[in-house]
Design a binder for this molecule. Structure first.
Ligand code: GRF
Length: 209
């Protein structure tokens, strides 16, 4: 069977990118990471991808494009050019434009550091701490045109401790991210699911044969 080809979009540290590449390397995630795109030239994610031998590792500079739509249109061309099936956002700090999301319906996933629908947006961990929640966690979801709003594929919960800082809570959440993101990607390419309203109903591979 051909492996599903994926692209990973990342802006930062790239620890989720790293665990996905590790899982692929270990034979635990049957995908081909064919393309990595970053909007930041200095993103550690780019270095990790190059060191791991990803075939196409590309910095797409936002300053080279007059609008977000044109930037995203260029990324979409790269997706088509490399015959990518799934787009995996891993700490990608740009909001995707509506035409990009509409061009790849049900083919973009994201990981967010909260239990959605609580604490959407770029400051989820700070917002959760400030609100005083006693548990938080992470969510893997399909991307639609609503920010952090698509149907939920997987979630994991962590406790919030009284002495937590943003850094300590983020570190605990990332441990769960690193567990569920490669596992959900594996499930995505091996199993099928139906969407009932907002609910993602998974079917095991044996049921879909
Ligand atoms: C993760 O916490 C993820 O939930 C959020 O951005 C962070 C990316 O971390 N969307 P990394 O770059 O994968 O280490």
């Amino acid at each position: 069977m051909n492996r599903s080809s994926i692209a990973i979009f990342a802006s930062g540290r790239g620890s989720n990118l790293q665990v996905i590449l590790d899982a692929v390397q270990a034979g635990d995630c049957p995908v081909d990471v064919r393309l990595v795109i970053s909007d930041r030239a200095d993103a550690a994610a780019l270095t990790i991808a190059r060191q791991c031998g990803v075939a196409h590792v590309i910095h797409v500079d936002p300053k080279a494009f007059p609008s977000r739509e044109q930037y995203d249109a260029h990324c979409a061309e790269l997706i088509d050019q490399h015959a990518i099936q799934w787009i995996v956002l891993a700490g990608y700090m740009r909001i995707l434009s509506a035409p990009f999301v509409r061009r790849f319906p049900g083919r973009i996933i994201n990981i967010h550091p909260s239990i959605l629908p609580a604490f959407t947006g770029a400051h989820a961990i700070e917002d959760a701490l400030r609100y005083g929640v006693k548990v938080s966690g992470c969510t893997v979801h399909l991307v639609d045109e609503v920010l952090d709003g698509g149907p939920i594929l997987a979630q994991a919960v962590v406790p919030v401790h009284d002495d937590d800082s943003v850094e300590s809570l983020h570190a605990r959440i990332q441990q769960e991210e690193h567990r569920i993101y490669p596992a959900t990607l594996k499930r995505l390419v091996e199993a099928r699911f139906q969407i009932d309203g907002r609910r993602v109903i998974w079917q095991q591979p044996s049921q879909t044969a």
